[in-house]
Design a protein around this ligand. Structure first.
Ligand SMILES: *[C@@H]1O[C@H](CO)[C@@H](O)[C@H](O)[C@H]1NC(C)=O
Length: 272
C-alpha cells in the first residue's frame, strides 16, 4: 500500500514540478540534461550500477522542483526517480509533512548526528540496489552571497559533508556521479516577505540547471585506493580517504559552478 502511495506522490510531485518550471512564471535554461539521462538509462544499471547526483543548495525549493526537467515517463519508474537526503528540521516538522516527504523518497537526515545515521545507511543500500540518490553536498541551504572568498577573490562552495565520502566508500559497485549546478532558485523564495507571500514562489526569476559530465571514475578509484570496509585500517586513514573522496565531488560541483557562474559563483551581483 505505502509503495503505491509513494509512487503516486513521487509522480504527482514530478508533474507539479514540471508544471511549475514550464509555467512561464520564470525563465529556465537547462544544460547537459543528457549527462543525467545517459547515466539513468545506462545498460550497466541492470548489473546494479547506481547513480549519484550532487549539487549546490541555494533554496528550500531546489528539491523537488529541479526534477521537473526530466521527461514525464521518468516519474513512473523506481529506477529513474531519486532518493534524497533531506533535513529533519526543515522537511519533517509535522506528521503530515513527514508522511509527504517520506512518501516522496526523502531520507530524514538529522543535523549533528554524523555519518553513521540511518539516512546515510539507507542511501548506501539504495545505491547498492542500483538506485539513484541525490545529495546536496553542503547539507543545507547556503545562498551564493554567503560563499567564502579566498585571497585571490575567488568564491568557494562551502565544504561538503563527509557522509558523501562514506556513501562512496561503501558502495559495492562504484556509481556514476553527475555533478550539477543550480542558479536563480535563491530568488524564488526570498526570506523576509510577509505572510502569506512567503509561502509562494516569486515569479519573474531566471533559473538555470546544469548537469555536468560524470566525475572521473579513475579519480574516485585512486582516492579509494583499494579501501575495503573490513576494519583493517586506522580511524585516521578511513577519515582521510573519506575526506579525499568527498573533496573530489566538491571540486566537481565547484568547477561546474565556475563554468556557469564565473569565479564568484554567482555570489555577488554588481550594482549598476
Ligand atoms: C589523500 O589525498 C592526498 C592528496 O592527494 C594524498 O596525498 C593522500 O595520500 C590521500 N590519503 C589517503 C589515505 O589516501
Amino acid at each position: 500500500m505505502s509503495r503505491v502511495l509513494s509512487a503516486a506522490v513521487v509522480s504527482s510531485v514530478g508533474l507539479i514540478s514540471k508544471a511549475f518550471l514550464y509555467s512561464g512564471l520564470c525563465s529556465l535554461q537547462v544544460n547537459g540534461l543528457h549527462n543525467l539521462e545517459d547515466a539513468l538509462n545506462s545498460p550497466k544499471r541492470a548489473a546494479g550500477q547506481g547513480v549519484v547526483t550532487v549539487c549546490n543548495h541555494i533554496s528550500t525549493l531546489d528539491d523537488p522542483v529541479i526534477w521537473g526537467v526530466l521527461p514525464t515517463r521518468y516519474y513512473f519508474s523506481a529506477k529513474t526517480t531519486r532518493w534524497v537526503l533531506g533535513a529533519s528540521e526543515i522537511m519533517f516538522t509535522n506528521p503530515l509533512l513527514s508522511a509527504f516527504f517520506s512518501l516522496g523518497q526523502t531520507l530524514e537526515t538529522f543535523r549533528g548526528k554524523g555519518i553513521y545515521q540511518d539516512a546515510v545507511n539507507v542511501a548506501i543500500q539504495r545505491i547498492n540496489q542500483g538506485g539513484w540518490v541525490h545529495m546536496y553536498g553542503e547539507g543545507k541551504v547556503n545562498q551564493p552571497c554567503t560563499y567564502p572568498f579566498d585571497k585571490l577573490g575567488q568564491a568557494h562552495l562551502p565544504r561538503f559533508k563527509w557522509g558523501i565520502g562514506r556513501i562512496l566508500m561503501e558502495a559495492k559497485i562504484q556509481p556514476v556521479i553527475i555533478p550539477m549546478w543550480l542558479t536563480g532558485f535563491e530568488k524564488l523564495m526570498p526570506v523576509g516577505r510577509p505572510f502569506p507571500y512567503n509561502y509562494f514562489p516569486r515569479p519573474g526569476g531566471h533559473l538555470t540547471i546544469t548537469f555536468g559530465e560524470p566525475v572521473s571514475r579513475n579519480e574516485i578509484s585512486q582516492a579509494l585506493n583499494d579501501f575495503r570496509n573490513d576494519g583493517l585500517y586506522t580511524a585516521e586513514h578511513v577519515s582521510e580517504v573519506r575526506r579525499n573522496v568527498t573533496s573530489i565531488l566538491h571540486r566537481g560541483v565547484e568547477s561546474l559552478g565556475r563554468s556557469v557562474s564565473g569565479p564568484l559563483l554567482g555570489g555577488v551581483t554588481r550594482e549598476p
